[in-house]
Write a protein that binds this ligand. Structure first.
Ligand code: ADP
Ligand code: MG
Length: 612
Protein backbone atom coordinates (compact mmCIF):
# COMPACT_ATOMS: atom_id res chain seq x y z
CA UNK A 1 0.00 0.00 0.00
CA UNK A 2 1.24 3.49 -0.80
CA UNK A 3 0.62 6.41 1.54
CA UNK A 4 -1.62 8.96 -0.07
CA UNK A 5 -1.26 12.17 1.98
CA UNK A 6 1.18 14.79 0.75
CA UNK A 7 1.81 18.48 1.40
CA UNK A 8 0.56 20.96 -1.17
CA UNK A 9 3.29 22.97 -2.85
CA UNK A 10 3.51 26.49 -1.42
CA UNK A 11 2.22 28.27 -4.46
CA UNK A 12 -0.91 26.09 -4.59
CA UNK A 13 -1.54 26.47 -0.86
CA UNK A 14 -1.14 30.20 -1.32
CA UNK A 15 -3.53 30.29 -4.24
CA UNK A 16 -6.17 28.50 -2.19
CA UNK A 17 -5.68 30.75 0.82
CA UNK A 18 -5.71 33.81 -1.45
CA UNK A 19 -9.25 33.01 -2.53
CA UNK A 20 -10.53 34.11 0.83
CA UNK A 21 -8.88 37.50 0.72
CA UNK A 22 -8.89 38.36 -2.97
CA UNK A 23 -12.17 37.47 -4.62
CA UNK A 24 -12.21 40.15 -7.27
CA UNK A 25 -10.28 43.26 -8.31
CA UNK A 26 -12.19 45.31 -5.75
CA UNK A 27 -10.80 43.19 -2.88
CA UNK A 28 -7.27 44.07 -3.98
CA UNK A 29 -8.26 47.72 -4.22
CA UNK A 30 -9.48 47.66 -0.63
CA UNK A 31 -6.34 45.95 0.68
CA UNK A 32 -3.92 48.17 -1.21
CA UNK A 33 -5.71 51.39 -0.26
CA UNK A 34 -5.77 50.33 3.38
CA UNK A 35 -2.07 49.53 3.32
CA UNK A 36 -1.37 53.01 1.94
CA UNK A 37 -3.48 54.56 4.70
CA UNK A 38 -1.68 52.46 7.33
CA UNK A 39 1.64 53.67 5.89
CA UNK A 40 0.66 57.22 6.83
CA UNK A 41 0.24 58.52 3.26
CA UNK A 42 -1.33 61.93 2.69
CA UNK A 43 -1.84 61.32 -1.02
CA UNK A 44 -3.11 58.08 -2.54
CA UNK A 45 -3.79 57.50 -6.22
CA UNK A 46 -5.56 54.47 -7.60
CA UNK A 47 -5.31 53.42 -11.25
CA UNK A 48 -7.32 50.62 -12.77
CA UNK A 49 -7.42 49.26 -16.31
CA UNK A 50 -10.10 46.95 -17.58
CA UNK A 51 -12.05 47.25 -14.33
CA UNK A 52 -8.98 46.07 -12.42
CA UNK A 53 -8.72 42.81 -14.35
CA UNK A 54 -5.64 44.03 -16.24
CA UNK A 55 -4.27 46.45 -13.66
CA UNK A 56 -4.83 47.70 -10.14
CA UNK A 57 -2.15 50.13 -9.05
CA UNK A 58 -1.92 52.17 -5.87
CA UNK A 59 0.68 54.88 -5.48
CA UNK A 60 1.16 56.48 -2.08
CA UNK A 61 3.52 58.93 -0.43
CA UNK A 62 3.62 57.00 2.84
CA UNK A 63 6.60 55.81 4.82
CA UNK A 64 7.78 53.19 2.32
CA UNK A 65 9.64 49.96 3.09
CA UNK A 66 13.24 48.93 3.56
CA UNK A 67 14.70 46.41 1.14
CA UNK A 68 14.27 43.49 3.56
CA UNK A 69 10.76 44.55 4.54
CA UNK A 70 9.81 44.80 0.89
CA UNK A 71 10.76 41.14 0.42
CA UNK A 72 9.15 40.08 3.70
CA UNK A 73 5.88 41.86 3.00
CA UNK A 74 4.85 39.15 0.52
CA UNK A 75 5.25 36.25 2.96
CA UNK A 76 2.04 34.88 4.44
CA UNK A 77 1.42 36.21 7.97
CA UNK A 78 4.06 38.89 7.47
CA UNK A 79 2.87 42.07 9.16
CA UNK A 80 4.38 45.04 10.93
CA UNK A 81 1.10 45.74 12.70
CA UNK A 82 0.79 43.22 15.50
CA UNK A 83 3.29 41.13 17.43
CA UNK A 84 1.16 39.30 19.95
CA UNK A 85 -2.42 38.37 20.68
CA UNK A 86 -3.00 41.31 23.05
CA UNK A 87 -2.26 43.68 20.18
CA UNK A 88 -5.45 42.46 18.56
CA UNK A 89 -7.44 44.30 21.19
CA UNK A 90 -5.60 47.55 20.65
CA UNK A 91 -5.57 47.47 16.89
CA UNK A 92 -5.85 50.90 15.26
CA UNK A 93 -4.62 50.05 11.77
CA UNK A 94 -6.79 48.83 8.90
CA UNK A 95 -4.79 45.65 8.28
CA UNK A 96 -3.15 43.27 10.74
CA UNK A 97 -3.30 39.70 9.48
CA UNK A 98 -0.44 39.98 7.04
CA UNK A 99 -2.31 38.15 4.32
CA UNK A 100 -3.15 40.71 1.66
CA UNK A 101 0.15 41.05 -0.16
CA UNK A 102 0.87 37.32 0.05
CA UNK A 103 -2.54 36.62 -1.45
CA UNK A 104 -2.15 39.14 -4.24
CA UNK A 105 1.29 37.73 -5.10
CA UNK A 106 -0.22 34.25 -5.36
CA UNK A 107 -2.83 35.14 -7.94
CA UNK A 108 -1.37 37.99 -9.99
CA UNK A 109 1.82 39.52 -11.33
CA UNK A 110 3.04 42.15 -8.89
CA UNK A 111 5.44 45.04 -9.34
CA UNK A 112 6.50 46.89 -6.21
CA UNK A 113 8.53 50.05 -6.03
CA UNK A 114 9.19 51.52 -2.61
CA UNK A 115 11.54 53.89 -0.80
CA UNK A 116 11.78 55.27 2.72
CA UNK A 117 12.84 58.89 3.38
CA UNK A 118 16.04 57.79 5.06
CA UNK A 119 17.17 55.63 2.10
CA UNK A 120 18.97 56.98 -0.93
CA UNK A 121 17.64 54.55 -3.42
CA UNK A 122 14.49 52.56 -3.45
CA UNK A 123 13.89 48.94 -4.35
CA UNK A 124 12.01 47.41 -7.26
CA UNK A 125 10.62 43.86 -7.00
CA UNK A 126 8.67 41.72 -9.46
CA UNK A 127 6.74 38.72 -8.20
CA UNK A 128 4.68 36.11 -10.02
CA UNK A 129 3.08 32.93 -8.64
CA UNK A 130 4.45 33.86 -5.17
CA UNK A 131 8.00 33.80 -6.60
CA UNK A 132 10.39 36.73 -6.87
CA UNK A 133 11.30 37.22 -10.54
CA UNK A 134 13.42 40.30 -10.30
CA UNK A 135 14.82 42.63 -7.67
CA UNK A 136 16.94 45.72 -8.26
CA UNK A 137 17.67 49.16 -6.80
CA UNK A 138 15.65 51.96 -8.31
CA UNK A 139 15.41 55.72 -8.15
CA UNK A 140 12.10 56.54 -6.48
CA UNK A 141 10.26 59.17 -4.47
CA UNK A 142 9.46 58.34 -0.86
CA UNK A 143 6.46 56.09 -0.70
CA UNK A 144 5.20 52.94 -2.34
CA UNK A 145 3.74 51.95 -5.67
CA UNK A 146 2.21 48.51 -5.99
CA UNK A 147 0.88 47.33 -9.35
CA UNK A 148 -1.15 44.16 -9.56
CA UNK A 149 -1.42 42.92 -13.12
CA UNK A 150 -3.57 40.26 -14.78
CA UNK A 151 -5.44 39.09 -11.72
CA UNK A 152 -6.03 35.31 -11.70
CA UNK A 153 -3.80 34.81 -14.77
CA UNK A 154 -2.82 31.50 -13.17
CA UNK A 155 -6.30 30.55 -11.88
CA UNK A 156 -8.49 30.62 -15.00
CA UNK A 157 -11.48 29.20 -13.15
CA UNK A 158 -11.51 32.22 -10.88
CA UNK A 159 -10.91 34.60 -13.73
CA UNK A 160 -13.98 33.22 -15.46
CA UNK A 161 -16.00 33.98 -12.37
CA UNK A 162 -15.39 37.70 -12.65
CA UNK A 163 -18.36 39.79 -13.73
CA UNK A 164 -18.60 42.25 -16.59
CA UNK A 165 -16.33 45.30 -16.50
CA UNK A 166 -19.07 47.74 -15.48
CA UNK A 167 -20.03 45.49 -12.61
CA UNK A 168 -16.44 44.94 -11.40
CA UNK A 169 -15.78 48.68 -11.72
CA UNK A 170 -18.87 49.34 -9.61
CA UNK A 171 -17.39 47.15 -6.84
CA UNK A 172 -14.09 49.02 -7.11
CA UNK A 173 -15.82 52.37 -6.82
CA UNK A 174 -17.74 51.15 -3.76
CA UNK A 175 -14.52 50.13 -2.01
CA UNK A 176 -12.78 53.32 -3.06
CA UNK A 177 -15.60 55.47 -1.67
CA UNK A 178 -15.63 53.59 1.64
CA UNK A 179 -11.94 54.24 2.22
CA UNK A 180 -11.97 57.80 0.85
CA UNK A 181 -14.99 58.67 2.99
CA UNK A 182 -13.30 57.67 6.21
CA UNK A 183 -10.08 59.60 5.55
CA UNK A 184 -11.05 63.07 4.29
CA UNK A 185 -7.67 64.45 5.37
CA UNK A 186 -6.02 62.29 2.69
CA UNK A 187 -6.05 63.18 -1.02
CA UNK A 188 -7.50 60.35 -3.15
CA UNK A 189 -7.89 59.93 -6.86
CA UNK A 190 -9.27 57.14 -9.01
CA UNK A 191 -8.38 56.82 -12.66
CA UNK A 192 -10.05 54.18 -14.81
CA UNK A 193 -8.59 53.40 -18.26
CA UNK A 194 -6.78 56.72 -18.22
CA UNK A 195 -9.85 58.70 -17.30
CA UNK A 196 -10.05 60.34 -13.89
CA UNK A 197 -13.25 59.34 -12.13
CA UNK A 198 -12.56 60.86 -8.71
CA UNK A 199 -10.23 63.66 -7.64
CA UNK A 200 -10.79 64.25 -3.95
CA UNK A 201 -8.85 67.17 -2.46
CA UNK A 202 -7.94 67.01 1.21
CA UNK A 203 -10.60 68.58 3.38
CA UNK A 204 -13.02 67.93 6.19
CA UNK A 205 -15.69 65.24 6.28
CA UNK A 206 -18.42 67.60 5.13
CA UNK A 207 -16.44 68.56 2.04
CA UNK A 208 -15.61 64.93 1.35
CA UNK A 209 -19.26 63.90 1.52
CA UNK A 210 -20.23 66.59 -0.97
CA UNK A 211 -17.27 65.68 -3.23
CA UNK A 212 -18.35 62.06 -3.30
CA UNK A 213 -22.12 62.11 -3.05
CA UNK A 214 -22.75 65.28 -5.00
CA UNK A 215 -23.48 68.94 -4.59
CA UNK A 216 -27.14 68.46 -3.82
CA UNK A 217 -26.16 67.62 -0.24
CA UNK A 218 -24.41 70.96 0.15
CA UNK A 219 -26.14 72.95 2.90
CA UNK A 220 -28.38 69.93 3.50
CA UNK A 221 -26.22 68.15 6.06
CA UNK A 222 -26.89 68.01 9.78
CA UNK A 223 -23.93 67.33 12.01
CA UNK A 224 -24.07 64.49 14.51
CA UNK A 225 -21.64 64.57 17.40
CA UNK A 226 -21.83 62.93 20.80
CA UNK A 227 -19.12 61.81 23.16
CA UNK A 228 -19.42 59.45 26.10
CA UNK A 229 -17.02 57.37 28.11
CA UNK A 230 -18.16 54.27 26.28
CA UNK A 231 -18.22 55.46 22.70
CA UNK A 232 -18.13 58.49 20.43
CA UNK A 233 -20.18 59.15 17.39
CA UNK A 234 -19.62 61.81 14.78
CA UNK A 235 -20.65 62.44 11.21
CA UNK A 236 -23.56 63.81 9.22
CA UNK A 237 -27.08 62.92 8.28
CA UNK A 238 -28.93 64.42 5.34
CA UNK A 239 -31.91 66.65 6.07
CA UNK A 240 -35.12 64.65 5.65
CA UNK A 241 -35.92 66.30 2.31
CA UNK A 242 -32.80 64.76 0.79
CA UNK A 243 -33.99 61.21 1.51
CA UNK A 244 -33.94 59.07 -1.60
CA UNK A 245 -35.85 56.08 -2.85
CA UNK A 246 -32.63 54.11 -2.70
CA UNK A 247 -30.46 52.91 0.11
CA UNK A 248 -27.29 54.02 -1.66
CA UNK A 249 -26.03 56.93 0.40
CA UNK A 250 -25.74 55.27 3.79
CA UNK A 251 -22.36 54.72 5.37
CA UNK A 252 -21.53 53.44 8.80
CA UNK A 253 -17.98 53.09 10.08
CA UNK A 254 -16.74 51.55 13.29
CA UNK A 255 -13.25 52.60 14.24
CA UNK A 256 -12.89 53.90 10.68
CA UNK A 257 -13.77 50.56 9.16
CA UNK A 258 -16.82 50.42 6.88
CA UNK A 259 -19.41 48.00 8.22
CA UNK A 260 -22.82 46.75 7.22
CA UNK A 261 -25.23 46.43 10.10
CA UNK A 262 -28.94 46.04 9.54
CA UNK A 263 -29.38 46.50 13.27
CA UNK A 264 -27.64 49.88 13.52
CA UNK A 265 -29.14 50.98 10.23
CA UNK A 266 -32.48 50.40 11.88
CA UNK A 267 -31.42 52.66 14.75
CA UNK A 268 -30.76 55.53 12.35
CA UNK A 269 -33.93 54.92 10.36
CA UNK A 270 -35.87 54.93 13.63
CA UNK A 271 -34.50 58.34 14.51
CA UNK A 272 -35.88 59.57 11.19
CA UNK A 273 -39.26 57.88 11.63
CA UNK A 274 -42.19 60.09 10.58
CA UNK A 275 -39.82 62.62 9.05
CA UNK A 276 -39.20 60.80 5.81
CA UNK A 277 -41.79 58.95 3.77
CA UNK A 278 -41.90 55.19 4.16
CA UNK A 279 -39.70 53.40 1.66
CA UNK A 280 -37.28 56.26 1.41
CA UNK A 281 -33.79 56.36 2.76
CA UNK A 282 -32.13 59.31 4.44
CA UNK A 283 -28.47 59.84 3.74
CA UNK A 284 -26.02 59.25 6.55
CA UNK A 285 -22.28 59.03 7.07
CA UNK A 286 -21.59 58.11 10.69
CA UNK A 287 -18.44 57.16 12.50
CA UNK A 288 -18.63 55.23 15.73
CA UNK A 289 -15.45 55.04 17.75
CA UNK A 290 -15.05 52.78 20.70
CA UNK A 291 -12.47 50.78 22.55
CA UNK A 292 -11.36 48.01 20.14
CA UNK A 293 -11.73 45.65 23.10
CA UNK A 294 -15.51 46.16 22.85
CA UNK A 295 -15.77 44.69 19.39
CA UNK A 296 -15.00 41.22 18.15
CA UNK A 297 -11.87 41.73 16.13
CA UNK A 298 -11.71 38.07 15.20
CA UNK A 299 -14.39 38.68 12.68
CA UNK A 300 -12.56 38.38 9.39
CA UNK A 301 -11.34 41.79 8.24
CA UNK A 302 -12.64 41.32 4.72
CA UNK A 303 -16.11 40.69 6.11
CA UNK A 304 -18.15 43.76 6.80
CA UNK A 305 -20.19 42.44 9.67
CA UNK A 306 -19.15 43.26 13.19
CA UNK A 307 -19.96 41.99 16.66
CA UNK A 308 -20.27 44.38 19.59
CA UNK A 309 -19.82 43.40 23.19
CA UNK A 310 -23.10 45.18 23.94
CA UNK A 311 -25.13 45.80 20.82
CA UNK A 312 -28.13 47.30 22.62
CA UNK A 313 -26.13 50.17 24.08
CA UNK A 314 -24.73 51.02 20.67
CA UNK A 315 -28.21 50.91 19.16
CA UNK A 316 -29.72 53.22 21.76
CA UNK A 317 -26.78 55.54 21.47
CA UNK A 318 -26.85 55.83 17.70
CA UNK A 319 -30.57 56.42 17.69
CA UNK A 320 -30.54 59.11 20.35
CA UNK A 321 -27.51 60.87 18.86
CA UNK A 322 -29.22 61.17 15.47
CA UNK A 323 -32.53 62.20 17.05
CA UNK A 324 -30.77 64.81 19.11
CA UNK A 325 -29.08 66.41 16.11
CA UNK A 326 -32.26 66.44 14.08
CA UNK A 327 -34.01 68.11 17.00
CA UNK A 328 -31.26 70.67 17.50
CA UNK A 329 -31.58 71.71 13.93
CA UNK A 330 -35.30 72.02 14.64
CA UNK A 331 -36.18 69.49 12.04
CA UNK A 332 -38.24 67.54 14.49
CA UNK A 333 -40.23 68.76 17.50
CA UNK A 334 -38.04 68.50 20.56
CA UNK A 335 -40.82 67.44 22.90
CA UNK A 336 -42.50 64.13 22.47
CA UNK A 337 -46.18 64.56 21.76
CA UNK A 338 -48.34 63.09 24.49
CA UNK A 339 -51.97 62.07 24.35
CA UNK A 340 -54.21 64.62 25.98
CA UNK A 341 -55.53 63.21 29.27
CA UNK A 342 -59.17 63.82 28.31
CA UNK A 343 -58.76 61.85 25.13
CA UNK A 344 -57.36 58.91 27.01
CA UNK A 345 -60.60 58.60 28.97
CA UNK A 346 -62.72 58.10 25.92
CA UNK A 347 -64.22 54.63 25.62
CA UNK A 348 -62.87 54.00 22.19
CA UNK A 349 -59.35 54.56 23.41
CA UNK A 350 -59.84 52.94 26.75
CA UNK A 351 -61.84 49.83 26.13
CA UNK A 352 -60.38 46.90 24.31
CA UNK A 353 -62.19 45.68 21.23
CA UNK A 354 -64.33 42.78 22.44
CA UNK A 355 -64.36 39.38 20.82
CA UNK A 356 -67.98 40.00 19.92
CA UNK A 357 -67.09 43.15 17.98
CA UNK A 358 -64.35 41.39 16.21
CA UNK A 359 -66.36 38.39 15.10
CA UNK A 360 -69.36 40.34 13.81
CA UNK A 361 -67.04 42.58 11.86
CA UNK A 362 -65.02 39.79 10.36
CA UNK A 363 -67.93 37.56 9.43
CA UNK A 364 -69.57 40.24 7.30
CA UNK A 365 -69.13 39.36 3.71
CA UNK A 366 -68.11 42.92 2.94
CA UNK A 367 -65.18 42.54 5.25
CA UNK A 368 -64.31 39.27 3.59
CA UNK A 369 -64.52 40.77 0.16
CA UNK A 370 -62.02 43.39 1.08
CA UNK A 371 -59.61 41.16 2.89
CA UNK A 372 -59.21 38.40 0.38
CA UNK A 373 -55.64 38.45 -0.72
CA UNK A 374 -54.80 39.24 -4.33
CA UNK A 375 -58.40 39.78 -5.20
CA UNK A 376 -57.76 40.03 -8.91
CA UNK A 377 -56.35 36.53 -9.07
CA UNK A 378 -58.72 35.20 -6.52
CA UNK A 379 -62.09 36.29 -7.77
CA UNK A 380 -61.41 35.88 -11.45
CA UNK A 381 -61.47 32.52 -12.94
CA UNK A 382 -59.91 32.21 -16.34
CA UNK A 383 -63.11 32.18 -18.38
CA UNK A 384 -64.46 35.33 -16.81
CA UNK A 385 -61.18 37.12 -17.39
CA UNK A 386 -61.36 36.02 -20.97
CA UNK A 387 -64.68 37.81 -21.31
CA UNK A 388 -63.20 41.09 -20.24
CA UNK A 389 -60.21 40.54 -22.46
CA UNK A 390 -62.31 39.55 -25.45
CA UNK A 391 -64.38 42.59 -25.02
CA UNK A 392 -61.41 44.89 -25.34
CA UNK A 393 -59.51 42.86 -27.86
CA UNK A 394 -62.19 42.37 -30.46
CA UNK A 395 -65.44 44.22 -29.90
CA UNK A 396 -67.15 41.68 -32.12
CA UNK A 397 -70.89 41.48 -32.57
CA UNK A 398 -71.17 38.31 -30.49
CA UNK A 399 -69.98 40.15 -27.45
CA UNK A 400 -72.54 42.85 -27.73
CA UNK A 401 -75.28 40.63 -26.38
CA UNK A 402 -73.35 39.67 -23.32
CA UNK A 403 -72.21 43.08 -22.31
CA UNK A 404 -74.20 46.20 -22.15
CA UNK A 405 -71.11 48.37 -22.56
CA UNK A 406 -71.47 48.86 -26.26
CA UNK A 407 -68.21 49.83 -27.85
CA UNK A 408 -68.65 53.42 -28.84
CA UNK A 409 -66.94 55.41 -31.53
CA UNK A 410 -64.08 57.49 -30.19
CA UNK A 411 -65.93 60.80 -30.15
CA UNK A 412 -68.33 59.53 -27.55
CA UNK A 413 -65.44 59.11 -25.19
CA UNK A 414 -64.02 62.49 -25.99
CA UNK A 415 -67.23 64.13 -24.92
CA UNK A 416 -66.81 65.98 -21.60
CA UNK A 417 -68.31 64.03 -18.77
CA UNK A 418 -70.76 66.79 -17.79
CA UNK A 419 -72.20 67.11 -21.24
CA UNK A 420 -74.76 64.41 -20.64
CA UNK A 421 -77.68 65.37 -22.81
CA UNK A 422 -77.29 62.10 -24.70
CA UNK A 423 -76.55 59.79 -21.79
CA UNK A 424 -74.75 56.54 -22.51
CA UNK A 425 -74.84 55.25 -18.94
CA UNK A 426 -73.05 52.01 -19.67
CA UNK A 427 -70.08 53.32 -21.51
CA UNK A 428 -69.14 56.28 -19.33
CA UNK A 429 -66.09 55.35 -17.37
CA UNK A 430 -65.83 56.83 -13.93
CA UNK A 431 -62.74 57.90 -12.06
CA UNK A 432 -62.73 57.69 -8.27
CA UNK A 433 -60.28 59.53 -6.03
CA UNK A 434 -58.17 60.34 -9.10
CA UNK A 435 -56.90 56.81 -8.68
CA UNK A 436 -59.44 54.22 -9.77
CA UNK A 437 -61.37 53.65 -12.94
CA UNK A 438 -64.75 51.96 -12.71
CA UNK A 439 -65.73 49.90 -15.71
CA UNK A 440 -69.11 48.28 -15.56
CA UNK A 441 -71.05 45.73 -17.53
CA UNK A 442 -74.10 43.61 -16.90
CA UNK A 443 -72.31 41.16 -14.69
CA UNK A 444 -70.71 43.65 -12.37
CA UNK A 445 -67.86 46.09 -12.44
CA UNK A 446 -64.11 46.26 -12.48
CA UNK A 447 -62.15 48.64 -10.33
CA UNK A 448 -58.88 49.42 -12.07
CA UNK A 449 -56.00 51.03 -10.26
CA UNK A 450 -54.71 53.49 -12.83
CA UNK A 451 -51.09 53.51 -11.74
CA UNK A 452 -50.73 49.75 -11.41
CA UNK A 453 -52.50 49.24 -14.72
CA UNK A 454 -50.32 51.73 -16.52
CA UNK A 455 -47.20 50.20 -15.02
CA UNK A 456 -48.18 46.83 -16.51
CA UNK A 457 -48.92 48.40 -19.91
CA UNK A 458 -45.60 50.25 -20.05
CA UNK A 459 -43.69 47.22 -18.87
CA UNK A 460 -44.98 45.07 -21.71
CA UNK A 461 -44.42 47.86 -24.22
CA UNK A 462 -40.82 48.41 -23.05
CA UNK A 463 -40.09 44.68 -22.89
CA UNK A 464 -41.23 44.46 -26.50
CA UNK A 465 -38.99 47.36 -27.46
CA UNK A 466 -35.75 46.02 -25.96
CA UNK A 467 -36.15 42.63 -27.54
CA UNK A 468 -37.57 43.78 -30.84
CA UNK A 469 -38.51 46.96 -32.57
CA UNK A 470 -36.99 49.99 -30.84
CA UNK A 471 -39.15 52.88 -29.72
CA UNK A 472 -38.71 55.82 -32.09
CA UNK A 473 -36.38 58.59 -30.93
CA UNK A 474 -37.01 62.24 -31.43
CA UNK A 475 -33.71 64.06 -31.86
CA UNK A 476 -33.30 67.10 -29.62
CA UNK A 477 -32.65 70.35 -31.45
CA UNK A 478 -30.75 71.66 -28.48
CA UNK A 479 -29.30 68.63 -26.69
CA UNK A 480 -29.05 69.06 -22.95
CA UNK A 481 -26.35 67.59 -20.78
CA UNK A 482 -26.70 65.80 -17.50
CA UNK A 483 -24.01 65.63 -14.83
CA UNK A 484 -24.01 62.76 -12.40
CA UNK A 485 -22.18 61.52 -9.34
CA UNK A 486 -19.24 59.32 -10.45
CA UNK A 487 -20.87 56.11 -9.24
CA UNK A 488 -24.05 56.90 -11.16
CA UNK A 489 -22.00 57.60 -14.27
CA UNK A 490 -20.81 54.02 -14.34
CA UNK A 491 -24.33 52.78 -13.91
CA UNK A 492 -25.81 54.92 -16.64
CA UNK A 493 -23.02 53.98 -19.04
CA UNK A 494 -24.05 50.32 -18.67
CA UNK A 495 -27.62 51.13 -19.62
CA UNK A 496 -26.97 53.15 -22.77
CA UNK A 497 -27.63 50.35 -25.32
CA UNK A 498 -30.92 49.30 -23.73
CA UNK A 499 -31.98 52.92 -23.27
CA UNK A 500 -31.40 53.45 -26.98
CA UNK A 501 -33.94 50.71 -27.73
CA UNK A 502 -36.32 52.50 -25.41
CA UNK A 503 -35.97 55.76 -27.29
CA UNK A 504 -33.38 57.53 -25.18
CA UNK A 505 -30.22 58.46 -27.02
CA UNK A 506 -27.39 59.31 -24.64
CA UNK A 507 -23.73 59.87 -25.25
CA UNK A 508 -20.95 59.91 -22.66
CA UNK A 509 -19.20 63.26 -22.68
CA UNK A 510 -16.45 62.69 -20.12
CA UNK A 511 -16.27 64.12 -16.59
CA UNK A 512 -19.41 62.31 -15.45
CA UNK A 513 -21.41 64.12 -18.09
CA UNK A 514 -23.78 62.75 -20.74
CA UNK A 515 -25.41 64.50 -23.65
CA UNK A 516 -29.07 63.70 -24.17
CA UNK A 517 -29.33 63.58 -27.96
CA UNK A 518 -32.85 62.29 -28.19
CA UNK A 519 -35.87 61.15 -26.21
CA UNK A 520 -38.79 58.83 -26.98
CA UNK A 521 -40.87 60.37 -29.75
CA UNK A 522 -44.11 59.90 -27.84
CA UNK A 523 -42.89 61.75 -24.76
CA UNK A 524 -42.84 65.48 -24.11
CA UNK A 525 -39.27 66.68 -24.49
CA UNK A 526 -39.08 69.05 -21.57
CA UNK A 527 -37.70 67.64 -18.33
CA UNK A 528 -35.59 64.90 -19.90
CA UNK A 529 -32.71 65.38 -17.45
CA UNK A 530 -35.12 65.08 -14.60
CA UNK A 531 -36.57 61.93 -16.15
CA UNK A 532 -33.12 60.33 -16.44
CA UNK A 533 -32.23 61.24 -12.87
CA UNK A 534 -35.47 59.78 -11.59
CA UNK A 535 -34.91 56.69 -13.65
CA UNK A 536 -31.47 56.15 -12.10
CA UNK A 537 -32.90 56.68 -8.67
CA UNK A 538 -35.53 54.04 -9.33
CA UNK A 539 -32.97 51.71 -10.90
CA UNK A 540 -30.77 51.92 -7.81
CA UNK A 541 -33.79 51.04 -5.75
CA UNK A 542 -34.00 47.76 -7.65
CA UNK A 543 -30.28 47.21 -7.91
CA UNK A 544 -29.95 45.26 -4.68
CA UNK A 545 -32.29 42.70 -6.10
CA UNK A 546 -29.85 40.20 -7.50
CA UNK A 547 -32.43 37.94 -9.04
CA UNK A 548 -33.14 40.36 -11.87
CA UNK A 549 -30.96 41.14 -14.85
CA UNK A 550 -29.86 44.70 -15.56
CA UNK A 551 -32.37 44.85 -18.38
CA UNK A 552 -35.23 43.62 -16.23
CA UNK A 553 -34.38 46.20 -13.59
CA UNK A 554 -34.33 48.90 -16.23
CA UNK A 555 -37.71 47.86 -17.61
CA UNK A 556 -39.24 47.79 -14.18
CA UNK A 557 -37.73 51.12 -13.19
CA UNK A 558 -38.83 52.84 -16.34
CA UNK A 559 -42.39 51.54 -16.23
CA UNK A 560 -42.74 52.42 -12.57
CA UNK A 561 -41.30 55.85 -13.07
CA UNK A 562 -43.31 56.76 -16.16
CA UNK A 563 -46.63 55.34 -15.03
CA UNK A 564 -49.58 57.67 -14.59
CA UNK A 565 -49.54 58.42 -10.92
CA UNK A 566 -52.32 58.16 -8.39
CA UNK A 567 -53.78 61.63 -8.04
CA UNK A 568 -53.84 62.35 -11.76
CA UNK A 569 -57.25 63.27 -13.14
CA UNK A 570 -57.96 61.40 -16.37
CA UNK A 571 -60.25 62.29 -19.26
CA UNK A 572 -62.77 59.80 -20.65
CA UNK A 573 -60.48 59.24 -23.59
CA UNK A 574 -57.48 58.53 -21.39
CA UNK A 575 -59.43 56.15 -19.20
CA UNK A 576 -60.74 54.27 -22.21
CA UNK A 577 -57.28 54.01 -23.72
CA UNK A 578 -55.81 52.76 -20.47
CA UNK A 579 -58.52 50.14 -20.04
CA UNK A 580 -58.15 48.93 -23.61
CA UNK A 581 -54.38 48.82 -23.41
CA UNK A 582 -54.53 46.91 -20.15
CA UNK A 583 -56.59 44.10 -21.58
CA UNK A 584 -54.34 43.84 -24.59
CA UNK A 585 -51.49 42.94 -22.24
CA UNK A 586 -50.43 39.34 -22.00
CA UNK A 587 -50.69 39.47 -18.20
CA UNK A 588 -53.24 42.17 -17.48
CA UNK A 589 -54.05 41.30 -13.90
CA UNK A 590 -50.87 42.34 -12.05
CA UNK A 591 -47.92 44.70 -12.17
CA UNK A 592 -44.47 43.24 -12.88
CA UNK A 593 -43.94 43.19 -9.12
CA UNK A 594 -47.20 41.36 -8.50
CA UNK A 595 -49.55 44.06 -7.31
CA UNK A 596 -53.08 43.63 -8.65
CA UNK A 597 -54.06 45.99 -11.45
CA UNK A 598 -57.79 45.59 -10.95
CA UNK A 599 -60.40 43.87 -8.88
CA UNK A 600 -63.68 42.60 -10.14
CA UNK A 601 -66.96 42.91 -8.29
CA UNK A 602 -69.75 40.71 -9.49
CA UNK A 603 -73.27 41.97 -9.45
CA UNK A 604 -74.78 38.79 -8.02
CA UNK A 605 -72.28 38.87 -5.17
CA UNK A 606 -73.15 42.47 -4.49
CA UNK A 607 -76.83 41.58 -4.57
CA UNK A 608 -76.22 38.81 -2.10
CA UNK A 609 -74.35 41.15 0.23
CA UNK A 610 -77.34 43.42 0.31
CA UNK A 611 -79.72 40.53 0.91
CA UNK A 612 -81.31 40.72 -2.52
P1 ADP B 1 -1.14 43.75 6.91
O1 ADP B 1 -1.63 45.03 6.31
O2 ADP B 1 -2.23 42.95 7.51
O3 ADP B 1 0.02 43.95 7.84
P2 ADP B 1 -0.30 43.15 4.23
O4 ADP B 1 -0.02 41.87 3.54
O5 ADP B 1 -1.37 44.00 3.68
O6 ADP B 1 -0.60 42.81 5.74
O7 ADP B 1 1.04 43.97 4.30
C1 ADP B 1 2.18 43.41 4.88
C2 ADP B 1 3.12 44.48 5.41
O8 ADP B 1 3.70 45.17 4.32
C3 ADP B 1 2.44 45.54 6.24
O9 ADP B 1 2.33 45.16 7.59
C4 ADP B 1 3.36 46.74 6.04
O10 ADP B 1 4.41 46.70 6.96
C5 ADP B 1 3.94 46.51 4.67
N1 ADP B 1 3.25 47.35 3.66
C6 ADP B 1 2.27 46.94 2.82
N2 ADP B 1 1.88 47.94 2.03
C7 ADP B 1 2.62 49.03 2.35
C8 ADP B 1 2.69 50.38 1.87
N3 ADP B 1 1.88 50.83 0.91
N4 ADP B 1 3.62 51.19 2.44
C9 ADP B 1 4.43 50.74 3.43
N5 ADP B 1 4.40 49.49 3.92
C10 ADP B 1 3.52 48.63 3.40
MG1 MG C 1 -2.88 45.16 4.68
Amino acid sequence: MVDIIHLLPDNIANQIAAGEVIQRPASAVKELLENAVDAGASEISLFVNDAGKALVQVIDNGKGMSETDARMAFERHATSKISNIEDLFRIKTMGFRGEALASIAAVAQVELKTKRTEDETGVYIEIENSMVKKQEPVAAATGTSIAMKNLFFNVPARRNFLKSNPSELRHIIDEFIRVAMSFPEIFFSLTSNGQQVFHLEKGNLKQRIVQILGNNYNAKLVSVQERTDYLDIMGFVGKPETAKKTRGDQYLFVNNRFIKSAYLNHAVMNAFADMVPKDSFPMYVLFIDLDPGQIDINVHPTKQEIKFEDEKIVYAFVQSAVKHSLAQFSITPTLDFELDASIQHLDAVNKPITEEHRSTASSSSLFQTFTKKNQAHFVENKSELAHWKDFYEKPAATNLKDYSITPQPMEVFERPILNNEQPQPHCELMQLHNAYIVVQNDKGYLLINQQNAHERILYERFAGAVSGKAIATQQSLFPTTIELAPADTVMLAELIPDLKQLGYQLEPFGNNTFVIQGTPADMPQAGETNAIEKLLEQYKHFSNDLKYSKREKLLRSLSLQQSIKIGTALSQKEMKQLTEDLFLCSTPNATPTGKPTYMSFKKDELDRMFGR
